[in-house]
Write a protein that binds this ligand. Structure first.
Ligand code: ADP
Ligand code: MG
Ligand code: MG
Length: 251
């Protein structure tokens, strides 16, 4: 489904190379985790997949279901079924949460040549999904993420993911100091959305999150490359051995 081949990325401003040849394939129905020490390029990879400005791809390719992702604008990537959740969700003062969700859904539908979701259909869907995530009506009416607690932002992010029903979910939870409750929320959200035609790329510095989201495949990233790939046991090795020892054994 997602295929990354030989991806090399430099920072536009400084010309510093951050990703030095990343190869990664995420199959439909699978949860892939990327772990790695701070500064190894995990967040950079998620930003490049999201289409954020400031990065130059100097080599390699990224395709989603065979379509060239790097050629697409950020909105087109969303329409193609990519969803990205970040450590620090953006606040949108004056934009109601419901309006935001409906606008995002309709933009996605429009790009796919589908009809807009009707108001009653949308309301029914958002109420159902919000209820499952313990999000009350008041939170749905507030401006997107404004004054939300960390846990509320996480819940809101999972709600967006649940509403948009993406093909590929990319979550960057690195260093975010998620408390146990927030971590549970993210994990439950991911687990509830697991399905045979949906893939996940879960980026995390810590093994703890992977106690709750059992990944099918674990990758270790170091210095801009995937240096090791294995099953869930690899995450446990990180916990006991630390990244330094794994890097040494790879070297
Ligand atoms: P990780 O998420 O694995 O901690 P990052 O992708 O955040 O790693 O960072 C990888 C490297 O790129 C680090 O050395 C970081 O300092 C550098 N880097 C990333 N973005 C920028 C930026 N905008 N300006 C300067 N350096 C950056
Ligand atoms: Mg970091
Ligand atoms: Mg990071």
């Amino acid at each position: 489904m997602l295929e990354i081949k030989g991806l090399r990325v430099t920072l536009e401003e400084e010309g510093k190379e951050i990703l030095k040849g990343v190869d990664l394939t995420v199959e439909a129905g699978k949860v892939h985790a990327i772990m790695g020490p701070n500064g190894s390029g995990k967040s950079t990879l998620s930003y490049v997949l999201a289409g954020r400005d400031g990065y130059e791809v100097t080599a390699g390719s990224v395709t989603l279901d065979g379509e060239d992702v790097l050629e697409l604008e950020a909105e087109e990537r969303a329409a193609a079924g990519m969803f990205l959740a970040f450590q620090y969700p953006v606040e949108l003062p004056g934009v109601g949460n419901m309006t935001f969700l409906r606008t995002a859904m309709n933009a996605q539908r429009k790009a796919r040549g589908e009809d807009e979701i009707s108001a009653p259909e949308f309301l029914k869907m958002v109420r159902e999904k919000a209820k499952a995530l313990n999000i009350d009506n008041e939170m749905l009416k507030r401006s997107v993420n404004v004054g939300f607690s960390g846990g509320e932002k996480k819940r809101n992010e999972i709600l967006q993911m649940a509403m948009l029903e993406p093909r590929l979910c990319i979550l960057d939870e690195t260093d975010s100091g998620l408390d146990v409750d927030a971590m549970r929320l993210v994990a439950d959200g991911v687990n509830a959305l697991r399905s045979p035609d949906r893939g996940f790329l879960v980026i995390t510095h810590y093994q703890r999150l992977l106690d709750h989201i059992r990944p099918d495949v674990v990758h270790i990233m170091a210095d801009g490359r995937i240096v090791e790939t294995g099953g869930p046991e690899l995450a446990l090795r990180v916990e006991t051995e630390g990244y330094a020892d794994i890097a040494k054994s790879v070297a």
